[in-house]
Structure formats: C-alpha cells, structure tokens
Design a protein around this ligand. Sequence first.
Ligand SMILES: *Cc1c(COP(=O)(O)O)cnc(C)c1O
Length: 355
Amino acid sequence: MIVTEEIEITEIQHSKLPNIDFSNLPFGKVFSDHMFTALYKNGHWSELKITPFGKLEFSPALITLHYGQAIFEGMKAYRNDTSEVVLFRPEENSRRFNKSAARLCMPEIPEALFVEAVRKLVSLDRDWVPTTEQGSLYIRPHMFATDEFVGVHPSTEYMFCIFTCPSGPYFSRPVKVKIETEFTRAAAGGIGFSKAAANYAGALYPTKIAIDEGFDQVIWTDGAEHNYIEEAGTMNVFFRIGDELVTPLLGDTILDGITRKSVIQVAADLNIPVKQRRVSIVEIIEASIAGTLLEAFGSGTAATLSSIAEIGFEGKRYVLPSTIEVRSYIHAISTTLDKIKSGKIADTHHWIVKV
Ligand SMILES: *Cc1c(COP(=O)(O)O)cnc(C)c1O
C-alpha cells in the first residue's frame, strides 16, 4: 500500500508553549500543541490529519474499552549538537507496530505513512523538543479499535493517533528489582512480544506488590517454570557476568526492544563480548554470590539504560557492586548511544533520521 493521501494540517491558534516550564517537566503529563490522527475504514487508511491536541469522543460501546484491541509505540525526538531535531531508528518502531497489529488482528500501517506522520508532527511542534541537555520529545503512536459494537470479533474500523510530550532528563537512580516467580507477564503463544496495552494492564498488580515490598520493578521470568529471566519491568535486561554481557534470547514472550538491539550492536562495536541466550535465575544468583555479577541494567526508550543496584529473590537481597569503575559497560554503552544521537560521533549504522 502506498501513501496517496496528503496529511491535512490545521494549526493551533495560540500555542501553549509560552506557558511551559521546560526546567520542570513531569513525564507524560504535558502535551505538545498538535496530534496526528488517521482512520481505517473500508479496508484502507484515510482522513490523515494533524490538528490541535484535544479530546476524542466515543460511545461507551467502543470495542477497545471492552476487548482491548489497542497497541502503541514509544519513541523519542532529540536535538543534536547543532540543534537539529532527529529521530532514532523510527522505521524499527514502524515494523514493530505492524507486528503488534498483526497479532491483534489490526490493520498494518505502511512504513512510509508511519514515519511521515511522525516527522510531520514533530516538525510542526519542533519548538517543543527541549533544548536542555538530555531532554527529549517523547512520541506516542498508538492504534485502537473504534467499532461501537459489543461483540467479540476484530473491529472493522480503527484510529491511528500520535501525540508527543516534552520530557526532561530522565534521571534514573539505580533500581531495586524483584525476581518474580509467581506472576507471569507473558506466556508462550501469547502476546508478550507485541506492544499491546493489555500486557501493561496485567503487569500492574505484580508490580504494585513488588513496590509495596520496597522494590522499584519486577524481573519477569518464563511463565512455564519461572526459572529463566525474561525482562525487567517494561525494559529488556542485560547482565554482565565476568567480562561478558548476556541478555535473554528473544521469543514470543519478550519484547524486541530497539534499545536492546542497539545495545547489542554498540557493545559489539566496543569489543564487549555480548551473548543472547537463555539466562537462568540460578546462574544470576550464583554469579552474584561468586562476585562475578558485575553489572545489570534495563534497556528501553524512556530511560535508555537503567542500572540495577539490587536484586531480590526468595526473600534475600543480592546487592550489585556500585562503584563507577565497575559499572564500566553501562557507562561506555550509554555514552556511545548519547554521542550517536547528539552527532558527536559518526552514525555508522544509519540510525539517525533528521526531521
Ligand atoms: C517498549 C518495551 C521495551 C523496550 O523497547 P524499546 O524499543 O527499547 O523502547 C521492553 N520491554 C517491554 C515490555 C516494552 O513494552
């Protein structure tokens, strides 16, 4: 399918920008001036529009509210060192969005339309991309079923919507995680690999319990035996054992993170040995006791890399080394990713797309 239709743009009368305090941005609560919407009807996408950010109106019979046909993406626009606005691997978000869509019986969106919609929207609201060091514009593409009919079958109509939120530096202090062996995020044959809204709904309760126990997040393990590590909250997870970086092998229960695949590539570029394989809980606990578990971190668009300070398992707490010298992999990899985004080093993998 090719994009034949133009995006119709209606600009806001009075920008909200002068009222925004960029030095104090709560994450995900401040919305830029415009949003993009498109409708899927009669087998194709039409009514491509950029309009002032605002409310949508639906009947309570909206099928999404009942059966959860909803997917999303999370991506960011950054300012490079010469103040140009850039995206990081947007075509990867488009591809993943379509994989999620296919699994939930939702229509795909042509990559050209997805990327063009993001670029046009970000371009129009480019003044919302923070100029502050480490600030970014968070971009939230999402799609949901819009039939207003209470029956369990795939909707015939859908809305594709994108809005953006300026966000400040994501100061992620090292987190405490709990290895979860009772609840399951994703089962084999399920929808864990897709960015389906439902995956998040199911994760809230176990996460709440972990937080009540003094942790920040859970480490998800396989649904069959709870012996193998899968992800850390809403991030992929890496462990440094000795000199080697390991991360669980992808499958249908693990989200194929764009940060994850970028970390694997950057690690290889930096001559850090990196392996994708099954990682058991026992292995991690034994490495921690033996003193060979040197680093652990989550990877995802929101925080990029988030250090793990402590791992809880069966009532015991395993503390990771905390000196900067030891955390050398996370430091080297995150610095390299930042430098690629800011243009300080060459973008040899062609990850950067100018808006
Ligand atoms: C979005 C997401 C990630 C991270 O993906 P990125 O593309 O790196 O942002 C990891 N795990 C889950 C469950 C996610 O939803």
